[in-house]
Write a protein that binds this ligand. Structure first.
Ligand code: PLP
Length: 400
């Protein structure tokens, strides 16, 4: 018996454990302090009524012999949901057919599992700071990982270095943790780079619904040529509060064809379908019906109200930081606000200051990679009242 020793190369993920420890110490010493958590990356508003009704109706169908459903035949998701997703893509300006869409239990699984279909001698490029799943899942399979730096000078939007080769490129836009979103021109450059390198882009668009700027693409497939080099992963977690429901979708275009070492052409969609067919049995029927309801006219109206609520929080945070003269990215096309710690403070030093002096909790940027040191993530997923209160405390602190 031998374990996969690549797992021993994983860094211990202490970020949220260390945050919890510090918060516990603080609340024990200050039981009356009103703590405001601005570090959470989870949604807080409940599922909208149209979606809940659809799920209840589907649950009832499961209790009746004639409408009961067992395994779903294709494993790729019911046609009704894949058609709804395909129609949604049309509204974003992207042409994605139902056969290119696979329904999943959220973006995290596919972001990690997609690595199964690629050889372990590929070089993987991630932008740093980074959503840790991309890094960890490639360490597990023993791949070489290189970084493109996102930093203050490029507005936390890393661009490719044409002198460096990569085989697999993870992009996340709007970005977690930095809140920055790639423009069309920037994505065009990434697509060109991928084509030059015969590389595949894995594009995580989990936060696309937060984009307000019409010039910012909401899908990589708004870029010419992307269907030949990109896989897109999206999720209803942040779009429609599905973090506890679990549903997302991955697009693998039919045009995405690669060559094997002996020159044969292989369809990535086929390979991925084969992998999923063997290891994944699909998403529950009630959840897929609930997801379908997200894409109806009424569903869209209702989820947009929730997104608008978070966007207003993001605006309040951004406005406060602007008034205080604090450099930041995000907040406009994203629920995340990524701010520079004042006075050259380290991320953890600033974390301690906010916790101990104003009882506000955020996430130290250092937890997302080397370029995160000296930066700090706040999120818009709290109540408006708490956001206003936290920002009033922050502004007072900055003014002092
Ligand atoms: N991608 C990014 C960038 C995320 O921030 C998250 C969750 O926070 C996910 C993917 C995973 O989301 P889920 O698995 O809930 O769809």
């Amino acid at each position: 018996m031998k374990i996969n020793e690549n797992y021993l190369q994983l860094k211990e993920n202490y970020l949220f454990i260390d945050i919890a420890k510090k918060v516990n110490t603080f609340t024990s010493a200050n039981p009356d302090a009103k703590l405001i958590r601005m570090g959470i990356g989870d949604v807080t508003l409940p599922i909208v009524p149209t979606v809940v009704d659809a799920m209840k109706k589907a649950a009832d169908e499961m209790s009746v012999k004639e409408t009961f459903r067992g395994y779903e035949d294709s494993g790729a998701g019911y046609d009704f949901l894949r058609e709804a997703v395909s129609d949604y893509y049309k509204k974003l300006g992207a042409d994605v057919s139902t056969s290119e869409i696979r329904i999943n239990d959220g973006a995290k699984s596919d972001c990690g599992n997609i690595t199964d279909i690629f050889s372990s001698d590929n070089t993987v490029l991630v932008t740093d700071p980074v959503y840790p799943v991309y890094v960890d899942s490639n360490i597990m399979s023993g791949r070489k990982i290189i970084c493109a730096d996102s930093n203050e000078s490029n507005g936390f939007a890393a661009m490719p270095d044409r002198s460096v080769h990569a085989d697999i490129i993870y992009l996340c836009s709007p970005n977690n943790p930095t809140g920055s979103a790639y423009t069309k021109a920037q994505l065009e450059e990434w697509v060109e780079y991928a084509v030059e390198n015969d590389a595949i882009i894995i594009y995580d668009s989990a936060y696309e619904a937060f984009i307000t700027d019409p010039e910012i693409p909401r899908s990589i497939y708004c870029i010419d040529g992307a269907k030949k080099c990109a896989i897109e992963m999206c999720s209803l977690s942040k779009t429609a509060g599905f973090t506890g429901m679990r549903c997302g979708y991955t697009v693998v275009p039919e045009e995405l064809i690669v060559k094997t070492s002996d020159g044969h052409e292989v369809s990535i969609a086929k390979l991925w379908g084969r992998r999923q067919g063997s290891k994944f049995n699909g998403v529950s029927y009630p959840v897929q019906r609930a997801a379908e309801a997200v894409f109806t006219e009424e569903g869209q109206k209702q989820i947009r109200e929730n997104i608008a609520y978070y966007q207003e929080n993001a605006r309040i945070i951004a406005e406060t930081l602007t008034r205080c003269g604090v450099p930041f990215t995000g907040g406009k096309n994203s629920p995340y606000i990524w701010l520079k710690c004042p006075d050259n403070m380290g991320s953890w030093e600033f974390f301690d200051k906010l916790l101990n002096e104003i009882a506000v909790v955020g996430t130290p940027g250092a937890g997302f990679g080397k370029n995160g040191e000296g930066w700090f993530r706040l999120t818009a997923f709290n109540s408006k009242e708490n956001t206003i209160e936290a920002m009033a405390r922050l502004e007072k602190l900055f003014n002092e």
